[in-house]
Design a protein around this ligand. Structure first.
Ligand code: GLV
Ligand code: MN
Ligand code: MN
Length: 416
């Protein structure tokens, strides 16, 4: 078993093969949750899991579970998962590297004729990104009891389409209850989505936890007016107020170095016409910090700045805090297994805290969970240029393979 290694070339080819589902001209992927491209990659994934001797089932949130039998059927499965959905201008690796490394682990075990004690389960969670349907990590959140299933079903995209309608439309509204079983442990491999591992020439990040996040939606309401005949001092320009708010929100993070980050990533201006003073602007805010107290402080500053700027600008602003997640730590035993596997395989590694959200943070609430990071080029992610190397992916998948097998063996020994 010590000698067992994944087939890195096959894994890389598999990632390239799936990149055609929703592939963009610039070499990225646009595979929004429950889009046609999402259906295509799911169909492909189900087929490949079956070829790898897994039995596939779909739950009522559309998540795909591919189960490889263990020596015993009763212990809860050791699970590997991530997501196949992407941002609108996403890359080929965010989420996908985790799911397909799991597939490569299953393929490798099959070829080696190795059967784990507990079953293995490979999972594609629906709607990790939260770009089309907010909040993110929606299906893993329902699985972990964070969200109600019916709340998830009612969530609408920006065109007013409901999650449940789109789930049915692509044919992935499964029969299985969410959740209908417990997981024995959960491991997720992911690209780092930041520059630390690459800068420090480390191959593996042993993820110890994740920073807290708060998401908001702000609607600024002013007054639409003629762009030629309305003097500057008589305007209620929602866009100008929004611009000042964006600047202030940027400063909130700059005022809490070095970890705070703040982003206004989605802006809709109405009526969006060149000769109309904008009457209303909708925008989103994403605040993150590893320390929940600092994050709460940033929340207070955000509310204060939005209110003051609205008053000064002669507009009104309505701020809704629509999603929060506290910072968290992964399971010490899972972290230790990842660290041991990385060391035993001879890779350079370091502990790291995740700046991004992952399904693992919700699953960690209901099962022992760990994560493995690999470097990505220049730390760039949520970008069509997102890239990594076949060597890094293979290294991460090898760590995943050895972590899962060692965890399974240790748990089996402990149960005797
Ligand atoms: C997930 O992609 C995030 O925004 O953290
Ligand atoms: Mn991801
Ligand atoms: Mn992402």
């Amino acid at each position: 078993m010590k000698e067992l290694r994944v087939n890195g070339e096959r894994l890389w080819q598999t990632i390239m093969e799936t990149a055609k589902f929703g592939g963009t001209a610039k070499g990225g992927v646009c595979r929004l949750t429950l889009s046609d491209a999402d259906r295509q990659v799911r169909d492909w994934f189900v087929r490949e899991c079956e070829v790898a001797d897994c039995s596939v089932s779909i739950d009522e949130m559309g998540s795909i579970f591919a189960r490889r039998p263990g020596k015993a059927d009763t212990p809860p499965p050791v699970a590997i998962g991530s997501h196949l959905d992407t941002q609108p201008s996403g890359g080929k690796f965010d989420g996908i590297a985790g799911v397909l490394s799991g597939l490569e682990v299953v393929r490798t075990l099959k070829e080696a004729g190795y059967t784990t004690n507990a079953p293995l389960e490979l999972i594609d969670w629906t709607n990790e990104e939260g770009s089309r349907f907010t909040p993110p990590m929606l299906a893993s959140g329902v699985f972990a009891g964070v969200f109600e299933r019916d709340f998830a079903y009612s969530v609408k995209d920006r065109d007013g389409k409901k999650f449940i309608e789109e789930l049915e439309r692509i044919g992935y509204h499964g029969q299985k209850k969410c959740p209908d079983h417990k997981l024995g442990a959960y491991f997720e491999l992911h690209i780092e989505q930041g520059p630390v591992l690459e800068a420090e020439k480390k191959t593996i990040g042993v993820v110890t936890g994740m920073q807290g996040q708060r998401w908001y939606e702000v609607t600024v309401t002013g007054q639409e007016a003629h762009a030629g005949s309305t003097p500057m001092h008589l305007r209620h320009d929602a866009m100008v107020a929004c611009g000042r708010m964006v600047e202030a929100i940027n400063k909130i993070a700059l005022n809490h170095p070095p970890f705070a980050v703040s982003t206004v990533g989605l802006v809709t201006v109405r009526p969006n016409s060149r000769n109309v003073v904008p009457g209303s602007v909708f925008f989103t805010v994403d605040l993150r910090h590893p320390d929940d107290d600092v994050l709460l402080h940033m929340d207070g500053e955000l509310r204060e700045r939005v209110e003051v700027i609205a008053g000064e600008s002669g507009v009104s602003a309505n701020l809704v805090n629509n999603w929060n997640v506290a910072s968290m730590e992964f399971d010490p035993e899972c972290i230790s297994q990842v660290r041991k596997a990385a060391g035993a395989l001879g890779y350079l590694y370091r502990d790291i805290i995740s700046g991004a959200g992952h399904d693992a943070i919700y699953i960690a609430r209901v099962t022992p969970t760990g994560m493995i990071f690999i470097p990505c080029e220049h730390g760039i992610s949520h970008n069509e240029l997102e890239n990594t190397t076949p060597e890094y992916i293979a290294a991460g998948a090898n760590v995943l393979l050895h972590t899962v097998v060692a965890y399974d063996a240790a748990r089996n020994a402990a149960m005797r």
